[in-house]
Design a protein around this ligand. Sequence first.
Ligand SMILES: Cc1cc2nc3c(=O)[nH]c(=O)nc-3n(C[C@H](O)[C@H](O)[C@H](O)COP(=O)(O)O)c2cc1C
Length: 317
Amino acid sequence: MKIMLAPMEGVVDHLMRDMLTRVGGFDQCVTEFVRVVEQKLPKKTFYRICPELANGGKTPSGVPVRVQLLGQHPQWLAENALTAIELGSPGVDLNFGCPAKTVNKSKGGAVLLKDTQTLYDIVKAVRSAVDDSQPVSAKIRLGFEDKSLAIENACAIAEAGASELVVHARTKVEGYKPPAYWEWIAKIKSHTSIPLVANGEIWSEQNALQCKQESGCDNLMVGRGALALPNLAKCIRDGETPMPWPEVAALLIQYSGFEIYGDKGRYYPNRIKQWCGYLKRQYLEAEVLFNDIRRLTNAQEIVDVLRRQTELESYAT
Ligand SMILES: Cc1cc2nc3c(=O)[nH]c(=O)nc-3n(C[C@H](O)[C@H](O)[C@H](O)COP(=O)(O)O)c2cc1C
């Protein structure tokens, strides 16, 4: 079984990847998408989204991080895939699932799921450009409005030579609302032999077991679930019990140190609130914390609240 940490633009940056892979259980990460229009991007764009390139394409705890590209032009995607590989990305991933409106206007992401031929052309061009030793993976949803092209799209991506296919088991229109249609991954599996990774709505060990059963797929990718429960990958892999709140609070403080030091605190207030928003699903304490920090915009004030709250809790226990 392989467990991957999902790419999440604006949420899972290199600091979050560092922290979650230190907690452990992950075999691989994928970066937030690098948007490719009609140009060869400068190296600094790749280093900004994937600082791990300076560390051999791995997080500090040694988990490989693959660069993800998003765009519509086969040749430009191929050129930029070459740059990512030259800089040390362990393979390259292609995003065919992003629902964002601005992305779709420029015809990248999920809108391409309406156009099987373009999916094929993109994968083929990238596969031909990149050395055979380097994986070229793709990430899709089951379709844009409906699932009528799900199997055709997966088969086209496989025929074009992709090494692996992550399937987020919902259409673009279904967004992020439960359920995820894991049984559709089994349907895809019965039509193609490309290695598959099941994704969508895995929040617990129990969900992971059910997803594996319904999809027939051993490899999993988890996104929001790992933010709600930082040791989710270990719960799935080793049957670990969910991390208790004091350990999560310690991670929040550690992450605050990383974020403020790493990005000079610019993104910190939003990032920590976003993360708390996910933690609320698993921990009542996160709800209290979230209410205490939601109106704060200053990084130091937020850290002070965090420290105060965790000190109070350690007195109470
Ligand atoms: C805030 C957010 C940002 C995302 N950014 C990306 C992205 O950059 N690339 C991508 O392929 N998928 C992206 N996704 C989709 C996730 O990788 C994943 O497919 C989706 O959240 C379903 O998995 P989950 O139920 O485990 O969260 C994003 C999802 C969210 C919620």
